[in-house]
Structures are given as C-alpha cells and as structure tokens.
Design a protein around this ligand. Structure first.
Ligand SMILES: NC(=O)C1=CN([C@@H]2O[C@H](COP(=O)(O)OP(=O)(O)OC[C@H]3O[C@@H](n4cnc5c(N)ncnc54)[C@H](OP(=O)(O)O)[C@@H]3O)[C@@H](O)[C@H]2O)C=CC1
Ligand SMILES: CC(C)CCC[C@@H](C)[C@H]1CC=C2C3=C(CC[C@@]21C)[C@@]1(C)CC[C@H](O)C(C)(C)[C@@H]1CC3
Length: 430
C-alpha cells in the first residue's frame, strides 16, 4: 500500500476512474433494494443459525417473532460500546500518521492506536468477567443487538448524507456524487467526514465492528461454557483464529489508510452498515453456530485446520507486508532484489516474490483462512460456510475493480504484468 505515491494527480485520476466505474455499474435499483435486503439477510442468518435445523433452505424461514426483535438492554450495550471505542480512539497514545494527498493538496492525520484500543477492551472485558458479568447473555441478545446496530447504521448514513451537502466540492467522493439520492445515500457522498479531528469512516472501519466481532465470539464461548461447562476445541479454534485476524488488522492499522475504502469510497450506507452490522453479526456466525450445534474435532482434524489457518495467515501477512514495504521504500534490503517492471507513472510493479506468484496473493491467504474458520463447524451444514462464500464473491469483485483501476493507471505495463503473472488469485485455477 503506497504511502509515498500520493500525488494529487494520481489521486485525481483514481477518483475519476472511480466515478466512471461506479456510474457504469449504475445501480439505482440495487441501491434501493440492497439497504432493505442486506439487513434482512443479517436477521435471517442469525435466526437460522440459532434454529435446531440451521438449514438456510428451510421453508418457511425461521424469522424471529417481532416481540423478539427489541430489548431495552440492547441499545444501552451498543451505546456504551461505541462510546468506549470513541474514547479509546481519542486517547493520545501511539503515533499519528498522515493519509494520502487529498484533491485540495492537503493530507489528513490519523491516530494509530487501534491495537491499544483492542488491548484496553480486552482488559475491561476481563474485568467484567471477573466481576461475574454473564457475557454469554450476548448469545440470547444477539437479534436485538443486530437490530440496534442496523438502526445505528441507518441513522449514521442519514446523518452522513445530510451533512455532505455542507461539504466543499473537493471533499466529495466522485463515485457517490451522482445526483441520484438513493444511489448517493448508498455509496456515500463525502470522502472523509470528520467531527473535529474524529474521522468517522476510519473509526468505523476498524473499531466498534471489528473489535465487537471478537467480543461477540467471546460471548458465544462463554455461552458454551454455561451450557456445557467448558469450551469445545472447535470454539477455541474459531475464537483464536479470528482474534488473530482482528489483532493483525489493528497491529497493521496504518496500512488501512491506503485501502480503496479509505482513499476512494465515500462514507455512506454500504460502509456504515458493513462496518457496524455486517462484520460483527455475520462474521461471528461460526461461533454462534457452535453454541447450538456442538462439534467434536479429532486432534488430527484440529491439527490440519490449524495448519491451514497458519498457511493462509502466512501468505496473507507476508504478501501484504512485502507490498507495503516495497511501496514505502523499494530500496529496503527485503525487497531490493525482487524483479520489477517500470510503469509510465514512475512507480514499479513487482513481478517476482509473492506478487509474481499470483496477482492477489493476499486474497488467496485470506480465502484459505476463511476456509479454516468454517471447517471446525463440520461439513453437515452450509451456514458456517456463509462467510467463505460471501467473502470469495467480495474478493473476486474487488479484484476485478482493482484490476480495472490498475489498467487505467499503468496501461501497457499492467498488461505486461498480467502476461507475466497470468493467475489472479488461485494458481492454475483463477
Ligand atoms: N475480511 C474482509 O472482510 C476483507 C479483507 N480484505 C483484505 O484486505 C487486504 C487489502 O486488500 P485491498 O485493499 O483490496 O487491496 P490490495 O492490498 O491487494 O492492494 C491492491 C493495490 O496494490 C498495488 N499492486 C497491485 N499489484 C502490484 C504489484 N505487482 N506490485 C506492486 N503493487 C501492486 C496496486 O496499487 P498501487 O500500485 O497504486 O500501489 C493495487 O491497486 C487483503 O488482504 C484483503 O484480503 C479486503 C476486503 C474485505
Ligand atoms: C455490506 C456489504 C455486503 C459488504 C460491505 C463490505 C465491508 C464489510 C468490507 C469492505 C472492506 C472491508 C475491509 C475490512 C473489513 C470488511 C470491510 C469493511 C478489513 C478491516 C478486515 C481486516 C483486514 O485485515 C483489513 C485489511 C484491515 C480489511 C480492510 C477492508
């Protein structure tokens, strides 16, 4: 992720490209239906997950009765959690980093203290457990909590949409600024909405939802302890793997500053809902599934799954770090000997090392990890594989979007790279 190449020219080019891509997608119907369909999908998946059959195909679907949708405790938990994460975000610990150059030539500053927020959250949760708070109650409260998180993302998206009309033109994301209100509400008009120095998009991307995901997992583990006296091996693996993933994201928080979500995408319903509702409540489905559908894992199967997660994580981390290092300092000894090709922009593309293996080795590692998170749940149900399926579709779409941006940025050099490295994500398959 390039921290040095943020010339306003290239940012402009990227954003123009983003507009044409978004407009070519031209999704008014989708933008109307998705904000209704996705929240219902979350509630549906949670209900199926807690039902004895856990079949995604059962008819009629096990939708929760309306009386079970709301609980007065849920908004309190969500409000306290978001306020705690907001407080930890504002704590003056850790370094402050600059983002890429914006259209007006300025750079925003971001606190890099996500890992310390995770550690403090862990300490506070430990304290709650020590005081005897029943964390397993999160399992019973999961649907009202999801309803509140969905409502919060709607309110946030509405606030973001309204306030964007006071934002200067250069602060708008070109991709979400089409004039179609539904589409712009969905994609987000403003690029980096802030209240003072509090960056709403950056905060939501990594804090309440991502850390909330591991807290929900822990709640599922505690529920299992309540029901069966001790956590199962399958539950420990799912909790351990996903905690590693979230810790890694927060440890490498600075790298998020150059992702498409932060650099190009406006902050609208899609990201607000994705960060606050979709990530915590659908990414924790495996742990929730294990509470209702316990699985016995043989030591051999567990070893195989740990190995798979280890390989996935190794590929994911090594490839992401290699690219970050190369973009920050191409003369660093760890990347200086890699073969590269020149591009007209002055930036070079790696054609050996991880990025010479496939065009998105980081996606490959991520997909292998997703498989390792589902396997502890056995192979009798499709539901625990929801994340793997959704995520593969998301990454294939993301890869395609990124490839179009790179082709526009690097032209012939990108075509040469694609000839040298023919496979996108999975060698000899895709
Ligand atoms: N768990 C989840 O829900 C999600 C996880 N992810 C993960 O986030 C991580 C980041 O992914 P993402 O933001 O999509 O993009 P990437 O980190 O893959 O970055 C793509 C960019 O890398 C640069 N690049 C591409 N090829 C080369 C090359 N050969 N040499 C040098 N630079 C190259 C280009 O930018 P440039 O040349 O301008 O530097 C390109 O635009 C991934 O590991 C992904 O799996 C992503 C989405 C959701
Ligand atoms: C609601 C829709 C169906 C999909 C919304 C997509 C979002 C959930 C994802 C878009 C990009 C994301 C990233 C991460 C989480 C999921 C979302 C928000 C990420 C923070 C996960 C941890 C990784 O290490 C990362 C690289 C930091 C990820 C960045 C992108």
């Amino acid at each position: 992720m390039d921290k040095t190449s943020g010339s306003s020219g290239s940012v402009l080019l990227n954003e123009k490209l983003c507009v044409s891509l978004s407009l070519s997608l031209s999704l008014p119907a989708g933008a109307t239906l998705i904000p209704v369909f996705l929240p219902l999908t979350v509630l549906y998946l949670l209900s199926v997950c807690r039902s004895p059959g856990a079949s995604v195909l059962q008819w009629p679907p096990p939708l929760p009765p309306t009386a079970h949708l709301l609980d007065p405790v849920a908004p309190v938990i969500i409000a306290v959690w978001v306020a705690l994460q907001g407080f930890l975000y504002l704590l003056p610990v850790g370094k402050v980093s600059e983002g890429l150059v914006l259209r007006d030539g300025t750079k925003l500053r971001y606190p890099i203290n996500g890992f310390s927020a995770l550690c403090w959250s862990g300490v506070l949760l430990g304290l709650c457990l020590w005081l005897g708070m029943p964390l397993g109650y999160l399992f019973d409260l999961i649907i009202p909590l999801a309803v509140c998180a969905i409502a919060t993302s709607y309110l946030l998206a509405l606030y973001l949409y309204i306030r964007s009309f006071w934002a200067p033109n250069h602060a708008l994301a070109l991709g979400g600024n089409t004039g179609n209100p539904l589409y712009d509400f969905f994609m987000g008009r403003e690029l980096n909405p802030r209240i003072g120095r509090f960056d709403l998009k950056y905060f939501c991307e990594l804090r309440p939802g991502l850390i909330g995901w591991v807290v929900l997992n822990l709640g599922m583990l505690m529920k299992e302890v309540e029901l069966r006296d001790s956590p199962s091996l399958a539950m420990l693996l799912v909790n351990g793997f996903q905690l590693l993933y979230v810790s890694d994201a927060l440890w490498n928080e600075e790298a998020v500053l150059t992702t498409m979500d932060i650099v190009h995408d406006g902050f609208g319903f899609m990201l607000a809902f994705g960060d606050l509702a979709w990530v915590p409540f659908t990414y924790s489905l495996q742990a929730m599934f294990l509470v209702v559908h316990p699985q016995t894992l043989s030591p051999l199967a567990a070893t195989g799954i740990v190995l798979l997660n280890g390989i996935g994580y190794y590929i994911f981390r090594k490839s992401n770090s290699q690219k970050n290092q190369f973009r920050r300092n191409p003369t660093h000894p760890s990347v200086a000997n890699l073969e590269t090709i020149a591009t007209a922009t002055g930036k070079r593309l790696l054609v050996s090392g991880w990025w010479g293996f496939v065009r998105h080795p980081n996606y490959l590692g991520d997909i292998l990890m997703a498989l390792a998170w589902s396997l502890p749940c056995g192979v009798s149900h499709l539901l625990p594989y929801f994340y793997l399926i959704y995520f593969t579709v998301l990454l294939v779409h993301r890869e395609d979007r990124d490839a179009r941006q790179c082709r526009a940025k690097y032209g012939l050099a990108w075509d040469t790279y694609c000839r040298r490295v023919p496979y996108r994500i999975i060698p000899y398959v895709y």
